[in-house]
Design a protein around this ligand. Structure first.
Ligand code: WQD
Length: 337
Protein backbone atom coordinates (compact mmCIF):
# COMPACT_ATOMS: atom_id res chain seq x y z
CA UNK A 1 0.00 0.00 0.00
CA UNK A 2 1.53 3.35 -1.00
CA UNK A 3 1.94 5.88 1.77
CA UNK A 4 1.16 9.55 1.18
CA UNK A 5 2.30 12.21 3.64
CA UNK A 6 -0.36 14.93 4.05
CA UNK A 7 1.07 18.06 5.65
CA UNK A 8 -1.75 20.09 7.19
CA UNK A 9 -3.81 16.91 7.01
CA UNK A 10 -6.03 17.91 9.94
CA UNK A 11 -7.16 21.04 8.12
CA UNK A 12 -10.27 21.63 6.02
CA UNK A 13 -9.08 20.43 2.60
CA UNK A 14 -6.37 18.23 4.10
CA UNK A 15 -8.78 16.14 6.18
CA UNK A 16 -11.12 15.60 3.23
CA UNK A 17 -8.13 14.57 1.12
CA UNK A 18 -7.08 12.06 3.80
CA UNK A 19 -10.51 10.43 3.44
CA UNK A 20 -10.30 10.22 -0.36
CA UNK A 21 -6.73 8.90 -0.25
CA UNK A 22 -7.72 6.15 2.18
CA UNK A 23 -10.80 5.27 0.13
CA UNK A 24 -8.63 5.09 -2.99
CA UNK A 25 -6.37 2.51 -1.31
CA UNK A 26 -3.52 4.74 -0.15
CA UNK A 27 -2.21 4.97 3.41
CA UNK A 28 -2.38 8.64 4.41
CA UNK A 29 -0.01 9.86 7.16
CA UNK A 30 -0.82 13.26 8.64
CA UNK A 31 1.69 15.88 9.75
CA UNK A 32 -0.02 18.79 11.48
CA UNK A 33 0.99 21.25 14.21
CA UNK A 34 -2.70 21.91 14.95
CA UNK A 35 -2.12 25.67 14.72
CA UNK A 36 -5.21 25.96 12.55
CA UNK A 37 -7.08 22.72 13.26
CA UNK A 38 -8.22 20.53 16.14
CA UNK A 39 -7.29 17.05 17.40
CA UNK A 40 -11.02 16.18 17.17
CA UNK A 41 -10.51 16.03 13.40
CA UNK A 42 -8.23 12.99 13.86
CA UNK A 43 -10.90 11.24 15.93
CA UNK A 44 -13.53 12.11 13.32
CA UNK A 45 -11.34 10.73 10.52
CA UNK A 46 -10.83 7.47 12.40
CA UNK A 47 -14.58 7.20 12.94
CA UNK A 48 -15.34 8.00 9.30
CA UNK A 49 -12.71 5.62 7.91
CA UNK A 50 -13.21 2.97 10.61
CA UNK A 51 -9.44 2.66 10.86
CA UNK A 52 -6.55 4.16 12.76
CA UNK A 53 -5.16 7.24 11.05
CA UNK A 54 -1.43 7.73 11.60
CA UNK A 55 -0.56 11.30 12.51
CA UNK A 56 2.36 13.27 13.88
CA UNK A 57 1.79 16.50 15.79
CA UNK A 58 4.70 18.54 14.50
CA UNK A 59 5.60 21.46 12.29
CA UNK A 60 6.24 20.49 8.67
CA UNK A 61 9.36 22.69 8.81
CA UNK A 62 11.04 20.46 11.41
CA UNK A 63 12.91 18.49 8.77
CA UNK A 64 14.86 16.36 11.28
CA UNK A 65 11.60 14.94 12.59
CA UNK A 66 10.23 14.82 9.05
CA UNK A 67 13.18 12.70 7.94
CA UNK A 68 12.46 10.07 10.54
CA UNK A 69 8.73 10.07 9.72
CA UNK A 70 9.42 9.60 6.01
CA UNK A 71 11.87 6.79 6.69
CA UNK A 72 9.65 5.07 9.26
CA UNK A 73 6.47 5.37 7.20
CA UNK A 74 8.16 4.69 3.84
CA UNK A 75 6.59 7.72 2.20
CA UNK A 76 6.97 8.29 -1.53
CA UNK A 77 4.42 11.07 -2.10
CA UNK A 78 3.60 14.31 -0.34
CA UNK A 79 0.47 16.47 -0.55
CA UNK A 80 1.47 19.80 0.97
CA UNK A 81 -1.41 21.75 2.52
CA UNK A 82 0.37 23.16 5.57
CA UNK A 83 0.24 26.94 5.16
CA UNK A 84 -1.48 29.99 6.58
CA UNK A 85 -4.44 30.87 4.36
CA UNK A 86 -6.26 33.98 5.56
CA UNK A 87 -6.10 36.87 3.11
CA UNK A 88 -7.02 39.41 5.78
CA UNK A 89 -4.58 38.05 8.38
CA UNK A 90 -1.77 38.03 5.81
CA UNK A 91 -2.14 41.78 5.37
CA UNK A 92 -1.69 42.27 9.14
CA UNK A 93 1.08 39.66 9.59
CA UNK A 94 2.98 39.40 6.27
CA UNK A 95 6.26 38.13 7.75
CA UNK A 96 4.50 35.21 9.46
CA UNK A 97 3.01 34.32 6.07
CA UNK A 98 6.34 34.60 4.24
CA UNK A 99 8.08 32.56 6.93
CA UNK A 100 5.55 29.73 7.11
CA UNK A 101 4.38 29.62 3.49
CA UNK A 102 7.61 30.52 1.64
CA UNK A 103 10.77 30.02 3.78
CA UNK A 104 9.30 26.80 5.13
CA UNK A 105 8.68 25.59 1.60
CA UNK A 106 12.28 26.36 0.62
CA UNK A 107 13.58 24.36 3.62
CA UNK A 108 11.22 21.51 2.73
CA UNK A 109 12.55 21.33 -0.81
CA UNK A 110 16.17 21.55 0.33
CA UNK A 111 15.40 18.46 2.34
CA UNK A 112 13.34 16.50 -0.22
CA UNK A 113 16.24 15.47 -2.44
CA UNK A 114 17.85 13.70 0.49
CA UNK A 115 14.82 11.45 1.00
CA UNK A 116 12.78 9.10 -1.16
CA UNK A 117 9.96 11.43 -2.18
CA UNK A 118 8.96 11.11 -5.83
CA UNK A 119 5.57 12.87 -6.10
CA UNK A 120 4.73 16.32 -4.70
CA UNK A 121 1.30 17.96 -4.90
CA UNK A 122 1.28 21.65 -3.97
CA UNK A 123 -1.81 23.39 -2.60
CA UNK A 124 -2.11 26.54 -4.68
CA UNK A 125 -4.96 28.89 -5.40
CA UNK A 126 -6.78 30.82 -8.12
CA UNK A 127 -5.61 33.84 -6.18
CA UNK A 128 -2.33 33.56 -8.13
CA UNK A 129 -4.09 34.99 -11.20
CA UNK A 130 -5.32 38.22 -9.61
CA UNK A 131 -8.24 39.77 -11.55
CA UNK A 132 -8.50 37.68 -14.74
CA UNK A 133 -8.79 39.51 -18.09
CA UNK A 134 -10.62 36.60 -19.70
CA UNK A 135 -13.05 34.01 -18.33
CA UNK A 136 -12.96 31.11 -17.78
CA UNK A 137 -9.42 31.40 -16.39
CA UNK A 138 -6.91 29.14 -18.16
CA UNK A 139 -3.65 27.97 -16.60
CA UNK A 140 -1.55 29.97 -19.06
CA UNK A 141 -3.25 33.22 -17.97
CA UNK A 142 -0.59 35.63 -16.73
CA UNK A 143 -0.05 35.94 -12.98
CA UNK A 144 -1.05 39.51 -12.18
CA UNK A 145 0.23 41.22 -9.01
CA UNK A 146 -1.51 39.44 -6.15
CA UNK A 147 -3.74 41.60 -3.96
CA UNK A 148 -2.42 40.25 -0.63
CA UNK A 149 0.70 38.79 0.98
CA UNK A 150 -1.21 35.47 1.10
CA UNK A 151 -1.66 35.59 -2.67
CA UNK A 152 2.02 36.47 -3.10
CA UNK A 153 3.04 33.45 -1.01
CA UNK A 154 1.09 31.22 -3.37
CA UNK A 155 2.66 32.84 -6.43
CA UNK A 156 6.12 32.42 -4.93
CA UNK A 157 5.26 28.93 -3.74
CA UNK A 158 4.48 27.77 -7.27
CA UNK A 159 7.74 29.24 -8.56
CA UNK A 160 9.73 27.53 -5.78
CA UNK A 161 8.05 24.18 -6.46
CA UNK A 162 8.69 24.43 -10.20
CA UNK A 163 12.32 25.60 -9.97
CA UNK A 164 13.22 23.03 -7.31
CA UNK A 165 11.50 20.21 -9.20
CA UNK A 166 13.26 21.08 -12.45
CA UNK A 167 16.67 20.38 -10.85
CA UNK A 168 15.63 17.48 -8.64
CA UNK A 169 17.00 13.98 -9.34
CA UNK A 170 13.68 12.23 -8.73
CA UNK A 171 10.81 14.63 -8.04
CA UNK A 172 7.66 15.17 -10.14
CA UNK A 173 5.35 18.00 -8.93
CA UNK A 174 2.02 19.62 -9.69
CA UNK A 175 0.45 22.82 -8.31
CA UNK A 176 -3.32 22.55 -7.96
CA UNK A 177 -4.98 25.97 -8.23
CA UNK A 178 -8.13 25.74 -6.11
CA UNK A 179 -11.03 28.04 -6.75
CA UNK A 180 -13.43 28.46 -3.82
CA UNK A 181 -13.62 25.32 -1.68
CA UNK A 182 -16.95 25.00 0.20
CA UNK A 183 -19.13 22.37 1.83
CA UNK A 184 -18.30 19.41 4.06
CA UNK A 185 -18.19 15.63 3.97
CA UNK A 186 -21.78 14.29 3.64
CA UNK A 187 -21.25 12.32 6.87
CA UNK A 188 -21.01 15.68 8.73
CA UNK A 189 -18.08 14.18 10.65
CA UNK A 190 -15.59 16.61 9.10
CA UNK A 191 -15.98 20.07 7.60
CA UNK A 192 -14.72 23.63 7.78
CA UNK A 193 -13.65 24.81 11.25
CA UNK A 194 -13.05 28.54 10.90
CA UNK A 195 -11.11 29.99 13.82
CA UNK A 196 -12.86 33.18 14.91
CA UNK A 197 -15.31 34.99 12.65
CA UNK A 198 -14.95 33.60 9.13
CA UNK A 199 -14.09 35.93 6.26
CA UNK A 200 -15.28 33.42 3.68
CA UNK A 201 -18.86 33.57 2.43
CA UNK A 202 -20.18 30.05 3.03
CA UNK A 203 -19.09 29.51 6.64
CA UNK A 204 -20.38 32.99 7.53
CA UNK A 205 -23.62 32.18 5.72
CA UNK A 206 -24.19 28.90 7.56
CA UNK A 207 -23.29 30.54 10.90
CA UNK A 208 -25.83 33.30 10.19
CA UNK A 209 -28.46 30.67 9.35
CA UNK A 210 -27.62 29.01 12.68
CA UNK A 211 -28.24 32.31 14.48
CA UNK A 212 -24.59 32.98 15.33
CA UNK A 213 -24.72 36.35 13.54
CA UNK A 214 -27.52 38.93 13.20
CA UNK A 215 -27.15 39.13 9.43
CA UNK A 216 -24.83 38.53 6.50
CA UNK A 217 -23.41 41.56 4.73
CA UNK A 218 -23.23 41.17 0.96
CA UNK A 219 -20.02 42.96 0.00
CA UNK A 220 -21.32 44.99 -2.91
CA UNK A 221 -24.16 44.64 -5.40
CA UNK A 222 -22.89 47.24 -7.87
CA UNK A 223 -20.47 45.00 -9.75
CA UNK A 224 -20.83 44.59 -13.54
CA UNK A 225 -22.47 41.15 -13.10
CA UNK A 226 -26.06 40.00 -13.80
CA UNK A 227 -27.31 40.63 -10.26
CA UNK A 228 -24.54 43.07 -9.26
CA UNK A 229 -22.87 40.77 -6.72
CA UNK A 230 -19.45 39.20 -7.28
CA UNK A 231 -19.02 35.84 -8.98
CA UNK A 232 -16.87 32.91 -7.86
CA UNK A 233 -16.34 29.23 -8.74
CA UNK A 234 -17.51 27.34 -5.65
CA UNK A 235 -16.20 23.76 -5.59
CA UNK A 236 -17.34 21.06 -3.18
CA UNK A 237 -14.43 20.16 -0.90
CA UNK A 238 -14.99 16.43 -1.55
CA UNK A 239 -14.57 16.97 -5.30
CA UNK A 240 -11.47 19.03 -4.57
CA UNK A 241 -10.09 16.26 -2.35
CA UNK A 242 -10.62 13.67 -5.10
CA UNK A 243 -8.57 15.85 -7.47
CA UNK A 244 -5.54 15.32 -5.19
CA UNK A 245 -5.80 11.55 -5.54
CA UNK A 246 -5.96 11.97 -9.31
CA UNK A 247 -2.95 14.30 -9.15
CA UNK A 248 -0.83 11.59 -7.50
CA UNK A 249 -1.93 9.05 -10.11
CA UNK A 250 -1.01 11.60 -12.80
CA UNK A 251 2.49 12.20 -11.38
CA UNK A 252 3.27 8.51 -11.01
CA UNK A 253 3.37 8.25 -14.82
CA UNK A 254 5.72 11.20 -15.28
CA UNK A 255 9.51 11.38 -15.53
CA UNK A 256 11.65 13.03 -12.89
CA UNK A 257 11.70 16.85 -13.05
CA UNK A 258 8.19 17.02 -14.50
CA UNK A 259 6.10 20.00 -13.32
CA UNK A 260 2.65 21.35 -14.16
CA UNK A 261 -0.10 23.67 -12.84
CA UNK A 262 -3.78 22.70 -13.01
CA UNK A 263 -6.99 24.57 -12.14
CA UNK A 264 -9.39 22.76 -9.86
CA UNK A 265 -12.85 24.28 -10.02
CA UNK A 266 -16.30 23.46 -11.36
CA UNK A 267 -15.99 25.74 -14.40
CA UNK A 268 -19.22 27.49 -13.33
CA UNK A 269 -19.54 30.91 -11.73
CA UNK A 270 -22.15 31.78 -9.09
CA UNK A 271 -22.81 35.20 -7.55
CA UNK A 272 -23.03 35.90 -3.83
CA UNK A 273 -26.79 36.39 -4.15
CA UNK A 274 -27.04 33.09 -6.09
CA UNK A 275 -25.34 31.34 -3.18
CA UNK A 276 -27.64 32.91 -0.60
CA UNK A 277 -30.81 32.09 -2.58
CA UNK A 278 -29.61 28.55 -3.35
CA UNK A 279 -28.93 28.00 0.36
CA UNK A 280 -32.44 29.23 1.20
CA UNK A 281 -33.99 26.92 -1.42
CA UNK A 282 -31.98 23.90 -0.30
CA UNK A 283 -32.52 24.35 3.43
CA UNK A 284 -35.81 26.26 3.58
CA UNK A 285 -34.10 28.75 5.90
CA UNK A 286 -34.36 32.48 5.18
CA UNK A 287 -30.98 34.11 5.71
CA UNK A 288 -31.04 37.72 7.01
CA UNK A 289 -28.69 39.78 4.86
CA UNK A 290 -28.17 43.32 3.73
CA UNK A 291 -26.13 44.93 1.01
CA UNK A 292 -22.94 46.62 2.17
CA UNK A 293 -19.99 48.27 0.46
CA UNK A 294 -17.57 46.35 -1.75
CA UNK A 295 -14.74 44.58 0.13
CA UNK A 296 -11.22 45.88 -0.52
CA UNK A 297 -9.27 43.62 -2.88
CA UNK A 298 -12.26 41.55 -4.05
CA UNK A 299 -12.37 40.34 -7.64
CA UNK A 300 -15.46 41.05 -9.77
CA UNK A 301 -15.68 37.58 -11.26
CA UNK A 302 -13.59 34.46 -11.60
CA UNK A 303 -14.25 30.86 -12.55
CA UNK A 304 -12.02 28.10 -13.86
CA UNK A 305 -11.37 26.57 -17.21
CA UNK A 306 -11.37 22.90 -16.23
CA UNK A 307 -10.20 21.50 -19.59
CA UNK A 308 -6.82 20.43 -18.18
CA UNK A 309 -8.24 18.93 -15.00
CA UNK A 310 -10.80 17.00 -17.08
CA UNK A 311 -8.37 15.83 -19.77
CA UNK A 312 -5.05 15.26 -18.03
CA UNK A 313 -6.17 14.54 -14.48
CA UNK A 314 -9.20 12.59 -15.70
CA UNK A 315 -11.16 14.48 -13.02
CA UNK A 316 -14.26 16.62 -13.04
CA UNK A 317 -16.44 18.13 -10.31
CA UNK A 318 -19.46 15.91 -9.72
CA UNK A 319 -21.20 17.75 -6.89
CA UNK A 320 -23.37 20.82 -7.37
CA UNK A 321 -23.71 24.08 -5.46
CA UNK A 322 -26.89 22.63 -3.95
CA UNK A 323 -24.95 19.57 -2.71
CA UNK A 324 -22.21 21.73 -1.21
CA UNK A 325 -24.62 24.06 0.62
CA UNK A 326 -26.70 21.14 1.88
CA UNK A 327 -23.55 19.44 3.22
CA UNK A 328 -22.27 22.71 4.68
CA UNK A 329 -25.54 23.21 6.53
CA UNK A 330 -25.62 19.60 7.85
CA UNK A 331 -22.07 20.14 9.16
CA UNK A 332 -22.91 23.56 10.67
CA UNK A 333 -25.68 21.96 12.72
CA UNK A 334 -23.10 19.80 14.50
CA UNK A 335 -21.14 22.86 15.67
CA UNK A 336 -21.51 24.98 18.79
CA UNK A 337 -20.77 28.69 19.07
C1 WQD B 1 -16.46 35.10 -1.87
C2 WQD B 1 -17.42 36.22 -2.25
C3 WQD B 1 -16.98 38.27 -1.09
C4 WQD B 1 -18.12 37.05 2.91
C5 WQD B 1 -10.84 33.55 -0.71
C6 WQD B 1 -9.39 33.71 -0.85
C7 WQD B 1 -8.87 32.77 -1.89
C8 WQD B 1 -9.31 31.36 -1.60
C9 WQD B 1 -10.82 31.29 -1.44
C10 WQD B 1 -7.54 30.20 -0.50
C11 WQD B 1 -16.72 37.57 -2.41
C12 WQD B 1 -18.36 37.73 -0.74
C13 WQD B 1 -17.85 37.04 1.56
C14 WQD B 1 -19.23 37.81 3.39
C15 WQD B 1 -19.71 38.49 1.15
N1 WQD B 1 -8.70 30.86 -0.43
N2 WQD B 1 -18.64 37.75 0.70
N3 WQD B 1 -19.99 38.50 2.48
O1 WQD B 1 -12.43 36.15 -1.38
O2 WQD B 1 -13.27 34.74 -3.32
O3 WQD B 1 -11.43 33.90 -1.92
O4 WQD B 1 -11.17 32.22 -0.41
O5 WQD B 1 -6.91 29.87 -1.44
O6 WQD B 1 -7.47 32.84 -1.87
O7 WQD B 1 -9.13 35.02 -1.28
O8 WQD B 1 -13.71 34.00 -0.96
O9 WQD B 1 -15.58 33.42 0.50
O10 WQD B 1 -14.11 35.38 1.13
O11 WQD B 1 -15.67 35.60 -0.77
O12 WQD B 1 -20.41 39.14 0.35
O13 WQD B 1 -19.54 37.87 4.62
O14 WQD B 1 -18.35 36.39 -1.18
O15 WQD B 1 -17.00 39.69 -1.22
O16 WQD B 1 -17.34 38.29 -3.45
P1 WQD B 1 -12.74 34.83 -1.95
P2 WQD B 1 -14.77 34.59 0.07
Amino acid sequence: MQTVLVTGGAGFIGSHTVVELAEAGYRPVIIDNFSNSKYSVIEALQKLLRQTVTYYEQDYQDTDKLRSVIAKEQVDSIVHFAAFKSVGESVKKPLQYYSNNVSGLVELFRFLDSVSIKNFVFSSSCTVYGEPDKLPVIESSPMKPATSPYGRTKQMGEIIVEDATRVSPALRSVSLRYFNPIGAHPSALIGELPIGTPNNLVPFLTQTAAGWHKELIVHGDDYPTPDGSAIRDYIHVVDLAKAHVKAIEYLKNKKARFYNEINVGTGEGHSVLDVIHTFENVTGIQVPYKIGPRREGDLVSTYASTNNANAILDWRAEKTLDDALEDAWRWQQTLHQ
